[in-house]
Design a protein around this ligand. Sequence first.
Ligand code: ATP
Ligand code: MG
Length: 560
Amino acid sequence: MSEPVVPSNFITDAIRRDNEAGTYGGRVQTRFPPEPNGYLHIGHAKAVVVDFGTAQDFGGSCMLRLDDTNPETEEEEYVDSIIEDIRWLGYEPADVRHASDYFDQLHDWAVLLIEKGLAYVDDQDGETISATRGSFGVPGTNSPFRDRSVAENLDLFARMRSGEFPDGARVLRAKIDMAHENMQLRDPVMYRIRNAHHHRTGDRWCIYPTYDWAHGQSDAFEGVTHSICTLEFESHRPLYDWFLAQLDLETAPPRQYEFARLELTHTVTSKRRLKKLVADGVVDGWDDPRMPTIRGLRRRGYPAAALRAFCREVGTTRTNSRKAIEELESYVRRELNATAQRRMAVLRPLRVVLDGWPTNADGTPVVEWFDVVNNPEDEADGTRRVPFTGELWIEQDDFREVPPPKYFRLSPGREVRLRGAYLVTAQEVVKDAAGDIVEVRCSYDPESRGGTPTDGRKVKSTMHWVSAPHALDATVALYDRLFTAEAPGERTGEALDDLNPNSRELLTNAKVEPSLEHARPGQVVQFERLGYFAVDDEVPMTFHRTVGLKDEWASIQKRS
Ligand code: ATP
Ligand code: MG
């Protein structure tokens, strides 16, 4: 799938302007700053593509910065998975940093702000601080500790740092304006006391910087030029700029740009909710193919190229909206149509026996081998050999003893084509004691080898099949939406109320053509007429349906 050269949006426009003005000497540096408290999901993929992709487009660089400023919630387990998922998406961080790498520098810059009279230690507790912040249109009130001397602030901050006080006893606040119309600038907290062990800095610190203090300053330490984040940080931007303006930087400060979060219909993209799905056993784990995590999508067979193309082409905008999951699926289908090899598989098998199929001199049935094109979209992908015999599996759905109107597949007396092989006509139905059909006996036309009759007569249906003596047993998982509602949680406030109880159907009796013995873990193939299926990473002969073949996005667009 081709990726457009450089998309035009408000971020790339800003970069072009900076490059023309020489703001950063032509440098473009971005960062992707996840909190290592869960696995990356499709929303993060959008941020990864914007952060890494934009830098790449301009020949710049993008680092991964793990925002590990909350000592209690972060785990190293997630760090490795985040790096792995970014690589799988097709990007390589220029470097991997942690916000905690900068704890010393952040501390020193905080001291600088205190020395400038721009920060103070507040002895009020958290509740009082929130209660005195005022509200929209209502100014806050100054803390009684706001006018402490620089010397006293320096002393108290040093004692906060040395561990003299319990959690919550004091905070360091920026001294800006308690009546500012933007609440973020009403003396925001820069440091809190947390006597907690940090997964990287251990017990070295008992004060931890807030997001607002850590973020922009870390951007500046690293030399970030364009700091891209999501819209909920828009109101933080004046604070981001304020902090940087106080620091007498020698080079142009980074600037923050916000874009709309990616939300998808029938999907939740909140780590907290995804965590709950795993914890409650609703899904099998973070990499369950129904999960919108990068791991889940990958296991489901979503190609990284399709995710990249979707994230780029749905655009980087400043308007929050929910994209249709069918649109994402259409990118997946388009990519797989171009790249996936075709195979034949029968999900719910019905036995077909061809009367008069020839036998060899030794009495064994003849086996014919057909050369079948692997991918009609890609000649270079070659052919494979598929065996055909007089004993076959077809889909139960492809036979009706009493065909409904407009049913043109196999039924008594009707002739159909077995794809690439022969024309057959159903003659007789064999039932078990319970009256269930267990076998259909057919005649076949030996002259129609390859699927083309010599007299040019037409048949209305072409069906896939698998030679029964050669078939391999397989398990196939079919997936439906994990949430029935387009906007999970909109109705009751709780997304889990909209769970689809039938989001997975396991078919344990599937029959697949023998070449699938060599399928690679993770490989995605098209089962003809059925959809795209990913080979499980671990369990052989287990396939996950990635997407069906029908382009639902096209019909949605036609309707609207
Ligand atoms: P969650 O709400 O799932 O916990 P988060 O925003 O807390 O997500 P972070 O780990 O802090 O997750 O996010 C890392 C980066 O990914 C941030 O820049 C964030 O803005 C971005 N991001 C997270 N979710 C989305 C989304 N749905 N669409 C676009 N970007 C996202
Ligand atoms: Mg977060």
